[in-house]
Design a protein around this ligand. Sequence first.
Ligand code: ADP
Length: 259
Amino acid sequence: MHPENQNALALNINNLSVKYGDTPALSGITLKVNAGDYLGVIGPNGGGKSTLLKAIMGLVKTASGNIKVSGHTPGYLHKNIGYVPQTSDVDKSFPINVQEVVLTGMLVRGFPIFRKYSQKEKEAADNLLNEVGVYALKKRHIKELSGGEFQKILIARALAVNPGLLLLDEPTSSVDANSRDQIYNLLETLNARMTIILVTHDLLAISAHVGVLACLNRQLVYHGKAELNSEIVSNMYNCPVDLIAHGVPHRVLKEHVHD
Ligand code: ADP
């Protein structure tokens, strides 16, 4: 891509700051993501990772800076962006089954959740459930799902807008190893047709799956290739992450220790 062709960027963030009251969550973030990239975002708890995704979605107010998705300013629930929130942000007691969750992904803001869906929309939802591997569960209530099953359904819901950019907030944090591998395989397949930004604590994802890495600790501490050689690890010295080892001892990020 020609560097001056900024519209070809999947995501172009310039000097973004977000505050909650007086608390700065993100300061001066400038981040460019090429179309087709698979970006992993890591950083300590409270480092602003979820806030970054919410800012891209237009779900939090920005204090300064601007965000462009494929050259456009994203509005609330922008149609070109699929968003998989943290499962802790989702109320699993809500009286809704799996197919209905995916259908809500097709809603335009302002429409009631329980509106009547067309046969075409239901078929599209079924296709998405098939794609993420949980079609058999389509009539099940969401509170009767395992962590992995629920994540796959949230991914199917995010895909309902046929996004060019898919944002995922810790999609493997409460899933078993089998589901985790299935989710990574699915994301790899999806990456062939969309840009992916994955917030994660999972070193397996960083070392084996993502192509580009960003580290957020309120500021953007590191942005570059995801191969964790010693130079990169030292660049990331200011980027402590909560380490969750998944049998990848050859690539380990050191925890930052203050002198
Ligand atoms: P991460 O996802 O990296 O753990 P977050 O984006 O959730 O970080 O949080 C960044 C900072 O903003 C933290 O200090 C957190 O406590 C604060 N924060 C997040 N959401 C809110 C909110 N709704 N109100 C006030 N402070 C918040």
